[in-house]
Design a protein around this ligand. Sequence first.
Ligand code: FAD
Length: 376
Amino acid sequence: MSSMSMADVRDAIAAVAHEFGKDRNERAARTALDRNDFEHLADAGFLRVGVPATMGGLWTNVAGIVRGYCELVREIARADPSVALVASMHPAVLAFWLAADDGSLRPQAERFFETALAGHWWGTVISEPGSGGDPMRTRTRARRENDRWLLTGTKHFGSGSGVTSFMITMARADDEPEPDVFVIDMRERKWDGSTGLRMTRAWDGHGMMATQSHAFELRDCAAERSAAANLYAASAPIVGQLTPLLFTAVIMGVLDSAAELARGTIGARVAGLRAYERVAWTETSNELWLAEQAFEGALRSVESNHRGALAAARAKLTVAGLAESALARLGRVVGGASYSRGQPFGQWGQDVRALGFLRPPWGYAFDQLIALEFVD
Ligand SMILES: Cc1cc2nc3c(=O)[nH]c(=O)nc-3n(C[C@H](O)[C@H](O)[C@H](O)COP(=O)(O)OP(=O)(O)OC[C@H]3O[C@@H](n4cnc5c(N)ncnc54)[C@H](O)[C@@H]3O)c2cc1C
């Protein structure tokens, strides 16, 4: 397969996102993914974000790719936040194998990268009810049977279910203290329990409505174990920088669209704004500016290899709070029409709330920030 540069992929993704953007309001009301969207993104080269440059992909190291990857998902999110969030999982997941510098992992990693080059999407269904988003609290069991692993447990929030070919998850082998990373091949796997996987709850989120982040029960579900011991911990220093910023980039894309649409309507009547509306808009603008500074600052920390994990975690949490606040305030200035489902503001207000719940969710994120600041 011929190679594409980051700039090639960026241009191609911009063209696809431009097409998506023509249906932006209709997309905002969707509750399901459209496979065609993912084919267009794959054709534009997006799947190469999960492949090393040495194999024709875009990955070099986290400092080299973070800005480019974030720009791609931000661009998609301006047109369709749900599609962008599902797409962001692909590099976030394959980054475990891209980041690990472990020779024993190489044959498995290359096989997985080949799947991305062949057009397959990767996702994650690690979260478990009751874990509070902390993978180390995984209760799903892994049982070895001859040369394969069988997983049993409950999982939820599997974004991209139905579109992804492979889902990573975590499970605990009976005689081991820490959970490990496993890969479930979702191709041809029914969701009725006949092949170890049963959908227990279809996704019904208030926001990110179309992400198909379904809940599942695993019962002796066959999975492939990571070839490197303790992959999660080994990759965390890299994945912990990339993933929060990818999620944040999705929300920055939503803020871009909201700001652009609001500026259009408010700018047309700026001279007639009441005093309160002027204040509320200025405060909204300040919050949007602060969100941009937080995001940019974290990108620079990662790019300069200076406390990137702390900066990425801080930016995710900071932007989550600012985005919720800015969208609520912005509605007061745009007016009651923003409360109509005929306009996307209400949906965007729900979409941006996802950032605080995405891994690490609020409580876990605060614990992590304290640890990164004082313990590391
Ligand atoms: C839009 C979005 C997409 C996400 N995508 C992914 C993904 O692709 N992969 C992934 O692994 N994680 C994903 N997550 C999950 C995220 O990473 C956290 O794990 C999750 O938000 C943590 O939830 P929690 O803090 O409520 O803890 P939890 O421990 O998960 O939940 C707390 C309690 O709420 C209960 N509960 C949870 N869901 C429901 C429900 N629907 N109805 C009733 N009770 C419920 C649980 O039983 C538990 O007792 C996604 C989250 C969001 C918001």
